[in-house]
Write a protein that binds this ligand. Structure first.
Ligand SMILES: Nc1ncnc2c1ncn2[C@@H]1O[C@H](COP(=O)(O)OP(=O)(O)O)[C@@H](O)[C@H]1O
Ligand SMILES: [Mg+2]
Length: 267
């Protein structure tokens, strides 16, 4: 493991709004969001599909511009911060280079961010995400879930100071997902990275984060912020604890899920 000590940045999202297009055809994705990500903490973003979560993540990554407001990462713009290779982003679509092996995709991430080669760390991370033995495989030879895990390893290999994850476990099977949910935080907490995680799994949000931010339907606005406060590292046996169950139901309540009942007869 790299011995470099990084300190996750403070991220200030101030009055950020985003409208795609103009006039009557304009789509307001984000109303106005004020949110601070504390250094070294993990914040989970949950909200209805299409509410603007990916849009917010792209703005924090410096991959898209806000229509109003601003994002500051330790006082710098996202674009400037990203240029130094201090941001890693994992989207639901893993976007690995198809002609390179998995190990070589990770090696390229190191090179592109000006990091020294680290074959041992690459092997260790691939082992961790369950891809030991697949170093030489090409992305097309792996399943969708394996490619996603490779993309997560690629994110972590550069020791980013800011980690932005957009539903990174979407295509990963439930068992592997649970294992990654329990093991990955140990890696990014050893750094300590500031992490923003978009997920549609409330259990995953509670397991991985220090704070859960619940967003409204589009245009996204903050409905609630829920401090998680469970002992870390999180363990599988916490899933059944009253505190865990209470947190999940609080988030469900803010999302309006608890008012839906499967048994309700069609009117
Ligand atoms: N590049 C784009 N151009 C126009 N509309 C977009 C674009 N990207 C996203 N949108 C719209 O903005 C809204 C929010 O999208 P998104 O941020 O992807 O939502 P989420 O990630 O929460 O599902 C949606 O209505 C979507 O159709
Ligand atoms: Mg999205």
């Amino acid at each position: 493991m790299s011995s470099s000590v990084s300190h996750g940045p403070r991220v200030e999202i101030a009055g950020v709004g985003k409208t795609y297009g103009r006039g009557v055809r304009g789509v307001e994705a984000i109303g106005s969001i004020d949110l601070e990500l504390r250094p070294g903490t993990t914040t989970a973003l949950v909200g209805p599909s299409g509410c603007g979560k990916s849009t917010l993540l792209r703005i924090v990554a410096g991959l898209d511009h806000a229509t109003s407001g601003s994002v500051s990462i330790d006082g710098e713009t996202p674009a400037a911060y990203r240029q130094r290779g201090d941001i890693a982003v994992a989207f639901q679509d893993p976007a690995l280079l198809p002609w390179r092996s998995i190990a070589s995709n990770l090696a390229l991430a190191l090179r592109l961010t000006g990091r020294p080669a680290a074959p041992d760390r690459i092997a260790q991370l691939l082992e961790l995400v369950g891809l030991g033995g697949f170093e030489r495989s090409r992305p097309a030879e792996l399943s969708g879930g394996m490619r996603q895990r490779a993309a997560i390893a690629r994110c972590l290999v550069t020791d980013p100071r800011l980690l932005l994850l957009d539903e990174p476990f979407g295509a990963v099977d439930e068992l592997t997902r649970r294992r990654l949910n329990l093991e990955l935080p140990a890696i990014w907490q050893s750094q300590p990275t500031t992490t923003l995680l978009v997920t549609h799994s409330i259990t995953e949000a509670v397991l991985l984060s220090d704070e859960i931010v619940v967003l409204s339907p589009r245009p996204a606005g903050i409905v609630a912020r829920v401090e998680v406060g469970l002992e870390k590292p999180r363990r599988a046996d916490q899933l059944a604890s009253p505190a865990f169950v209470e947190l999940v139901s609080r988030v469900e309540h803010h999302l309006g899920i608890d008012t839906l009942t499967a048994a309700s007869p069609a009117a």
